[in-house]
Design a protein around this ligand. Structure first.
Ligand SMILES: NC(=O)C1=CN([C@@H]2O[C@H](COP(=O)(O)OP(=O)(O)OC[C@H]3O[C@@H](n4cnc5c(N)ncnc54)[C@H](O)[C@@H]3O)[C@@H](O)[C@H]2O)C=CC1
Ligand SMILES: O=C(O)C1=N[C@H](C(=O)O)C[C@H](O)C1
Length: 251
């Protein structure tokens, strides 16, 4: 039985995860962590302070907020608990904390746990490689009106993967309000739309002279992210200390 500690257990994703883990024969949630402990009638103990959690987990799955990342990492390192993290909106410095922690524990990080998104990232990187600087690249992401970070972690993951294909790294331009200059081939435009209950949509546009290519992923339910995280949790419990992502899982 894989014993799971769920960070952000009373959030939208935490709730979906708790339900899907409950349907897994080989997994159980032994504790949850959340700023809001009384919101739901959880079937496991919930703590607002992660260091009060005395249950031992084989893995911690994190869908929370950047403000909880430092304590969560410290807890996982102290208790030698492998960590799967899906939280987005992290600063560059916070990202490096994961890499540092991965020297002491296995850490799996992905801004998008859906298998399909990771496929379109590869497709878009292939397109960027083939098209070079002749096509302009714009990324449009759409999410629900409850999302707090923008642009999405996935939009950054896509932009970074595309940028890896270019010798001269492109600059990210977020929206264009107030810009008076034309775009140049050294830009990747990134645009965020927020509304209703859109689960998550990412489109990469390659706009060239008289032709356009669009590569798009649409998430139709939050289950796909939770199922990806469950797969990642099963994977990470058998790994050595180190930093892992969806590429390690899919290969
Ligand atoms: N990588 C992926 O595939 C996906 C990542 N996400 C990311 O996961 C995160 C959570 O998403 P949602 O569940 O939609 O958000 P949410 O806002 O519904 O849930 C976040 C939960 O974390 C709790 N929380 C916030 N700060 C905390 C702190 N300092 N300590 C303890 N608990 C704290 C909140 O009370 C809330 O219950 C976001 O960063 C989102 O972008 C969401 C979906 C898929
Ligand atoms: O907040 C969300 O909902 C999502 N966040 C992730 C992101 O920021 O990329 C992944 C997914 O698109 C849903």
């Amino acid at each position: 039985m894989i014993r799971v500690i769920l960070n952000g257990c009373n959030g939208k994703m935490g709730r979906v995860l708790a339900k899907l883990i409950n349907e897994e024969k080989s997994m159980e949630v032994v504790a949850g962590i959340d700023r809001e402990i009384d919101k739901f009638d959880n079937t496991f103990p919930v703590y607002s302070n992660i260091f009060s959690c005395l249950e031992k987990g084989d893995v911690l799955i994190d869908f929370s907020h950047p403000s909880s990342i430092r304590n969560t990492l410290a807890f996982c390192v102290e208790t030698k608990t492998p960590m799967v993290t899906a939280t987005t909106g992290l600063s560059g410095e916070e990202m490096t904390l994961f890499v540092e922690a991965s020297k002491s524990i296995p850490v799996f990080q992905s801004s998008n746990m859906a298998v399909g998104v990771n496929v379109i990232i590869d497709l878009a990187a292939q397109a960027a490689n083939a098209l070079g600087n002749t096509f302009d690249i714009e990324i449009i992401e759409k999410h629900h009106n409850k999302k707090v970070d923008s642009p999405s972690g996935t939009a950054f993951m896509i932009a970074n993967a595309l940028n890896e294909t270019f010798e001269q790294k492109k600059e990210y331009i977020y929206g264009r309000h107030g810009n008076e200059d034309q775009r140049t081939e050294n830009h990747i435009g990134i645009h965020a739309v927020r509304g209703g209950t859109i689960v998550g949509e990412h489109t990469v546009i390659f706009a060239g002279p008289d032709e356009i290519i669009e590569i798009k992923h649409t998430a139709l339910s939050k289950d796909i992210f939770a199922l990806g995280a469950i797969r990642a949790a099963k994977f990470i419990t058998g790994q050595k200390n180190g930093y892992y992502n969806m590429k390690d899982l899919i290969k």
